[in-house]
Design a protein around this ligand. Structure first.
Ligand SMILES: Nc1ncnc2c1ncn2[C@@H]1O[C@H](COP(=O)(O)OP(=O)(O)OP(=O)(O)O)[C@@H](O)[C@H]1O
Ligand SMILES: [Mg+2]
Length: 420
């Protein structure tokens, strides 16, 4: 019996990875071209839930199929003992232990001798010696006929300067100076362009190639839902489905949620999916996205961020900065400060012609609700001649994920946030 193929869970490969063919064929071409190609050391950047982790998983699968050894780590929120660079070095040591000389070759083969000596040298190596460990693994992989080593770091926006500089010097030496096949793909939130990368010690990553991950367009979004159904032999009312897919606005998590609930509602694969199943699934999808993505994101925003999003939500599509400024009764500098901040946080994305759109369309609904509540409060206040309950927030109050605190500087300030 076929189970529900859709994966409304972060970090889970979807049954059909929609709209990423170009990126993946570029990865294939890059790996086969080698270290000279700019994309050989890349940063994959995108808003929350756009599918960065699953892109890394797909890149890993492509690489493994082409004979690359993959080392994969995640930069969790910095905690004692969670050192990404040492973790990578340990993985290299572990991998070297498992690489055996190919049985068909004779022992006199120079490649085997080299491999044995690397393994021996490796036993002596300290996990702290990242460059040596990676370099040994590249050589060992090549001696046993592999293509090279691909290093993947997810949640790169959490990386500490100390780890970043150890990884950067290993990549600089092995990939850039020696031209050896050690590829790198890091993935994270776009704000690192302004928060992390301009810092000392991050020059290497600043120069990495950028692969931007965005929501998928409407026709790819339809494929994300239809292809897995076709594979399971489940029929669906395609015209009705197109309307439902439009409600996801190509947000990858919503697509998985929609597919998942349609399947459950219909009792697929035994039954086909009808219009009424799709309608219920759209509602369930909206609830699920609100609960798991939009509400937690909304709760981390400051009052000013929320008012900004409220001003954007008055447009049916992407918003112009001038309209936002007029609605908030503020100047262009103020708008550009908040525009940049919300872009960095991955809450909004830049659309065509400098317009601004919601990264997750469900946040727009929350912003509208918030505006409606504020308007109702204001009407009640006027009717009963109540004083405003609280003066408008004068503090910036932005959430700073790295220090897990809110900014104490005044609203609309220039320059970086500060917690003290
Ligand atoms: N191209 C795609 N086509 C269909 N579904 C996708 C696609 N990309 C991601 N998804 C689905 O969207 C959800 C989010 O994916 P993923 O965990 O990779 O996002 P992310 O960008 O890494 O999120 P975060 O920023 O929180 O780490 C998952 O349910 C995944 O299966
Ligand atoms: Mg992720």
């Amino acid at each position: 019996m076929t189970g529900n193929p859709f994966k409304p869970s972060f970090g889970q490969l979807p049954p059909h990875l929609a709209g990423r063919d170009e990126l993946l064929s570029n990865v294939r071409a890059t790996l086969s071209a080698g270290p000279g190609r700019p994309e050989f050391t890349s940063l994959v950047l995108g808003a929350r839930g756009t599918g960065k982790t699953v892109c890394l998983l797909a890149i890993r699968d492509e690489a493994e199929a082409a004979g690359w050894h993959v080392i994969q780590r995640e930069a969790l929120v910095p905690e004692a003992g969670d050192e990404v660079a040492s973790g990578i070095a340990e993985d290299c040591l572990g991998a070297l232990e498992t690489i055996d000389p190919p049985p068909k070759r004779r022992l006199t083969d120079i490649g085997i001798l080299k491999l044995l000596s690397l393994k021996w040298e490796n036993r002596e190596a300290r996990p702290q010696d990242l460059q040596k460990s990676l370099s040994n693994l590249v050589e060992a992989t090549q001696s046993e006929g592999g293509a090279g080593v691909l290093l993947i770091v997810d949640e790169f926006h959490n990386i500490r300067a100390k780890d970043a500089s150890r990884i950067a010097s290993a990549l600089q030496r092995i990939t850039k100076d020696q031209g050896k096949p050690l590829a790198f793909f890091g993935a994270g939130l776009p704000h690192i362009e302004y928060t992390l990368l301009p810092n000392k010690g991050f020059t290497f990553f600043q120069r990495c190639y950028r692969q931007d991950i965005e929501r998928v367009n409407h026709s790819d979004a339809i494929k994300a839902v239809v292809f897995p159904l076709q594979e399971s032999g489940v029929q669906v009312d395609t015209e009705h489905l197109k309307l439902a897919v439009a409600a996801t606005q190509g947000y990858p998590f919503s697509l998985q949620s929609l597919g998942f609930h349609m399947w459950e509602q219909a009792g697929a694969p035994h039954n086909d999916i009808a219009a009424e199943h799709i309608d219920v699934a759209v509602e369930l999808m909206r609830d699920e996205v609100a609960r798991k993505v939009s509400v937690p994101t909304w709760n981390r925003l400051s009052q000013v961020d929320r008012r900004f999003l409220g001003a954007m939500a008055q447009d049916d599509g992407p918003s112009r900065s001038a309209d936002i400024a007029r609605r908030l009764d503020v100047d262009g500098r103020y708008v550009s400060t908040y525009r940049k901040r919300l872009l960095n946080e991955g809450v909004v994305v830049a659309a065509d012609r400098g317009l601004l759109a919601f990264a997750n369309p469900m946040l727009r609904d929350l912003a509208l609700e918030h505006e409606a509540e504020a308007a109702a409060m204001e009407a009640a206040r006027q009717r009963y001649s109540m004083k405003p309950s609280k003066p408008p927030a004068s503090r910036c109050d932005a959430w700073m994920p790295r220090s897990e605190a809110r900014c104490v500087r005044p609203e609309g300030h220039a320059g970086p946030h500060r917690s003290r």
